[in-house]
Design a protein. Structure first.
Length: 135
């Protein structure tokens, strides 16, 4: 990809980079969403909480909430209550849950709905889609 300021640079390749650094540890969360130049940029909102990093990406027809905390795996942002390293939740514009995924997931609740009850061992990749059975 071309650097900003380069004649062939496209802002679509540099939508959002969020970092949380503390002490010698840090987490980077990048939202690189390809789009055509004729399409409007996505709206990206940063979520704040101690020792977590997250964002909400508004695509217009859906909202993605992405939350990470690889150091202690406790996620409590954007309606997510999980013990996982990374969680992605997709909602429709009215806020109804469409899908969710989580890595190294011991438990996952979204907006109070239990998708994965507490487990003794983590699920390497847990996925939920609307219309499938949630616990």
């Amino acid at each position: 990809a071309d650097a900003p300021g380069h004649p062939h640079h496209s802002q679509a390749l540099y939508d959002c980079l969020i970092a949380r650094l503390s002490g010698y540890c840090g987490v980077l969360l990048a939202a690189l969403v390809p789009r055509r130049e004729s399409h409007a940029p996505l709206r990206i909102e940063r979520l704040h909480a101690p020792r977590q990093i997250g964002l909400v990406i508004d695509h217009g027809d859906c909202l993605d909430t992405i939350v990470a905390n690889p150091q202690v795996r406790r996620l409590t942002l954007g309606g997510i209550d999980a013990e996982a390293g990374l969680t992605v939740v997709r909602r429709d514009p009215a806020g109804h849950l469409l899908a969710a995924s989580a890595t190294d997931c011991f438990s996952l609740q979204v907006d109070g709905q239990t998708l994965l009850p507490p487990q003794g061992r983590p699920e390497p990749l847990f996925e939920y889609r609307k219309g499938t059975d949630a616990v």
